[in-house]
Design a protein. Structure first.
Length: 526
């Protein structure tokens, strides 16, 4: 078994992605999470670039990390300066990390046209910078920027740059596909040749501009690289970096002969991926391989029928291997197998005629603009209604929402609801930050005293989608509300040409679902 070093640069390279911004606390939390899973290296930042990274290295020294080594990242000395006098080199030493990752130019084109120094001066900048850091007692990882482009342009000069780093004391040479334009077969061939001509081990760092960063990383590892660099979820500049989530999953689950991270860590990849998205306040792509919400979701009736017989028919691995879960979706494309799979989970029964009736109702509603893929709560209620097992907990008589402004121009939203609750008629008014918030507050007041467990339920997300945009302002809208309590997160959906009415439908479904599931739970515990 080959042990592969996992080097994470989410906090530095990943933060260069558009829309990505980590606070100091975010960076510390991610560091602790990666350490717990057995990552080998974390590139914490560029201490010469900003105050936040400087503070990170001060604060991370106080964390009780058990496995990971934190690396400071920086560049070779500037031209015309001694390494000992270069401010960037001083900042790297001031970060007080045991490992320093130093980046330098490999391509002759970049040396002469971008850096604007001679080829000989670039070699001196590399050698003197690495040597100075090693003399100071630091372990140096050397990132050879534009390595593959430089090798294809002038292999002998590219080789001379990494040899200069190795001879000066760098313990590992990382080959960077900085522009992300190389093909897997090129990566593999050049990796083999570089290994044959170097005296130190090599690593791989790929960007995703051709959507090949994961494939290129795996090709280099197969060719003999011992370390892979990348980011969680592939965050990074332009099209991003190699997604370490997919790299690790492929190494641990799909390929033979590799070890990475701690034992059992792979089962936490989905949790890790979503943690980083949440920390960065980014939306998770549902179709992300291995860990996405749709990675093991099945919608077509033929697929679901096959999955019910043998999960391997449409799944390349068991989703639990990476901490994910199988999902059966219900839509107009569904067959009886979809309905059976989902309804059985909700204890409505196994009646073929009932399944057909539920499916017919789903198709009918989806023609009106409903979607149940993200609205499991509404689907559950639909199934109960078709089965005749649903009992409404309250009945709407009417509601009204009023929006006006006060003397300062600030909007004031007020909702009034009138409900039948048992033998009573409840008529309540509440204010809110907007129409949905006001309706939610008024509905809770009307039901207060009858259903105290509603206090456990909170609305966590609200989405609006125009269904037929060609109708302009008269277009129908679909509202999806996500709610949660201590046990579960569920979605409900409403459709109308009136956005307030659509919101009311979704809101009522959310309340009814909470009350129904609590009743079922109570009955099961008796």
């Amino acid at each position: 078994m080959r042990r592969i070093q996992i080097y994470d640069t989410t906090l530095r390279d990943g933060s260069q992605g558009e829309g990505v911004n980590f606070s100091l606390q975010d960076k510390l939390l991610i560091t602790e999470r990666l350490d717990g899973l057995g990552f080998d290296y974390i590139e914490g930042g560029f201490p010469a670039s900003n105050e936040k990274d400087t503070q990170y290295f001060q604060r991370v020294a106080g964390l009780k990390l058990k496995h990971v080594q934190v690396c400071a990242f920086g560049m070779t000395r500037r031209r015309g300066l001694r390494a000992a006098d270069d401010p960037g080199i001083k900042a790297l030493l001031g970060a007080n990390t045991g490992v320093i990752t130093l980046v330098g130019k490999t391509s002759a084109f970049h040396v002469t046209e971008v850096l604007r120094v001679t080829l000989e001066e670039n070699l001196a900048m590399i050698s003197e910078s690495v040597g100075h850091l090693c003399e100071a007692g630091r372990k140096v990882i050397y990132d050879a920027e534009h390595f593959f482009d430089g090798w294809k342009l002038n292999p002998e000069y590219a080789l001379s740059t990494v040899r200069a780093a190795a001879e000066a004391g760098a313990e590992l040479i990382v080959m960077c596909d900085t522009n992300g334009g190389s093909m897997p077969e090129e990566i593999a061939a050049i990796t083999r040749e570089a290994i044959a001509r170097l005296s130190v081990p090599v690593g791989i760092h790929c960007h995703n501009d051709c959507e090949l960063a994961v494939a290129n990383s795996l090709s280099s590892l197969d060719a003999g690289a011992v370390q892979v660099q990348g980011t969680i979820n592939g965050l990074g500049e332009r099209c991003g970096n190699a997604d370490l989530v997919s790299v690790i999953a492929n190494l641990a689950v799909k390929k033979a002969g590799y070890q990475a991270l701690h034992d059992g860590a792979v089962e936490h990849l989905t949790e890790l991926s979503r943690f980083v998205y949440e920390t960065a306040n980014l939306r998770m792509p549902p179709n992300q391989p291995f860990v996405g919400l749709s990675a093991f979701a099945h919608k077509g009736g033929m697929h679901v029928h096959a999955i019910a017989r043998a999960t391997a028919s449409y799944e390349h691995i068991a989703p639990e291997r990476v901490g994910n879960a199988r999902r059966i979706l219900v839509s107009e494309l569904s067959g009886r197998s979809n309905i059976k799979a989902v309804v059985n989970e909700r204890e409505v029964g196994d009646d073929p005629k009932l399944m057909d009736a539920i499916l017919a109702r789903v198709v009918e509603l989806e023609n009106q603009g409903y979607q149940f893929e993200a609205a499991q709560g509404s689907f559950d209620l639909l199934a109960k209604k078709v089965a005749g097992t649903f009992r409404s907990h309250f009945e709407r008589k009417n509601f009204r929402v009023n929006v006006e402004t006060d003397h300062t121009g600030n909007p004031i939203t007020e909702a009034t609801v009138k409900l039948h609750v048992g033998e009573q008629v409840r008529h309540e008014v509440a204010e809110g930050d907007g129409p949905v918030n006001a309706l939610d507050a008024a509905l809770r007041k009307a039901l207060d005293g009858h259903f105290p467990n509603l206090a456990q339920m909170h609305l966590v997300d609200y989405k609006v989608r125009v269904i037929n945009s060609e109708a302009g302002t008269a277009a129908g809208v679909r509202v999806v509300i996500e709610s949660r309590d201590a046990d579960e997160v569920w979605g409900t959906v409403g459709v109308s040409e009136n956005i307030i009415e659509a919101s009311w439908i979704a809101l009522v479904d959310s309340f009814e679902y909470k009350l129904c599931k609590d009743e079922s739970k109570h009955a099961a515990n008796r």
